[in-house]
Every structure is written in C-alpha cells, then in structure tokens.
Design a protein around this ligand. Sequence first.
Ligand SMILES: [Zn+2]
Length: 182
Amino acid sequence: MKNQYFVVRSSGVHGKGAFALKDIRKGTRLVEYIGENLSAEESDKRYDDEGVKNHHTFLFSVDKRKVIDATFGGNESRFINHSCDPNCEAIIESRRVYIEAARTIRKGEELAYDYNYERTPKTTKADEKLYKCLCGSPECRGTILSAKVTMPKKKAAGSGKKKSAAKKKKSVSKKKKTGRGR
Ligand SMILES: [Zn+2]
C-alpha cells in the first residue's frame, strides 16, 4: 500500500529518505512505525553491540519492554531520517508508534524526526561518533543520541507554543539504529 503523504527515494545527503508528496498540515498522522514486536531482551539478543556496528537496524524502542524491529514486516516509515530540528515527531499511543507532522510541511520537503537514541551509563564518546549527526540544522547537537541528561533542555528557537496533545508527553527513543550511509 502506497503512503499518500510521502514517497521514499534517495536523499542526496544520507541514503534513502522520505519526501512529502504534498503540503501537510501540522498534526497529520503520516504513518505507523510497524514491524516485528520484540521484547527488549529479544532485540538485545538479535543485535548485540558488536553486530550493530556492522548492520543497519530498524529498531524502535517503544518502552522498557517493547521494541519494534522494522527489518521484518516494516513499512516505508523506517526510511524517515533523523534531524535535530525535525518537522515530524514520533507519538506513542497504546504502545504503538505513529509519525506525525510536527509543523506544516511543504511538498518536496524531506521528512525527519528526532531519533533521540537512548543514552545509557555505558554510552561513550565512541558511541557519539558512531551515531554522529549530519542533519545540518543550526540546532544540530552533533549526535543522534538523545541530549545529555545533565544539560538543561534547550527549547527549540521560536517554539514558544506548547506541544498540542498531552499524549505526546512521553519521551520517545529509537534504539541502536545506525543511520543509513552516515
Ligand atoms: Zn543533527
């Protein structure tokens, strides 16, 4: 089934990407992030740290126990790239993940959301390098890993408005996914 909002094609900068087929209104639900549902343990077993350095994975960590692996049964949502200043956001509802427009998106724009990779006490400088971000936005924090917890959360410039729905409060993180071609 083709997605009515975006098309996946190669993106000059980072492998494949998802591009808006038309103007999209803020708040529009674009796609569900689907795939094989795994427990955190199963996903750790499938992609040990060593393996992750060599493989592109499509994991999305929904909560402490549930991980979606879009390598199996995934759809085009897995090609939406990361940005530190994204035009989309990942919303978790009833333990399912949806990608929604975080602002008005113009036809032809590349879709992106903040992968916000989880940091653990074991996260090192090398990991920051491995998950280096090249999104090119002025807001770029240099890594796809989530912002350091010790740092005060910086508000995105010009985002005086509160996030629309309360359901969006949950922090969302992708898990150990290497960016394509980064
Ligand atoms: Zn960035």
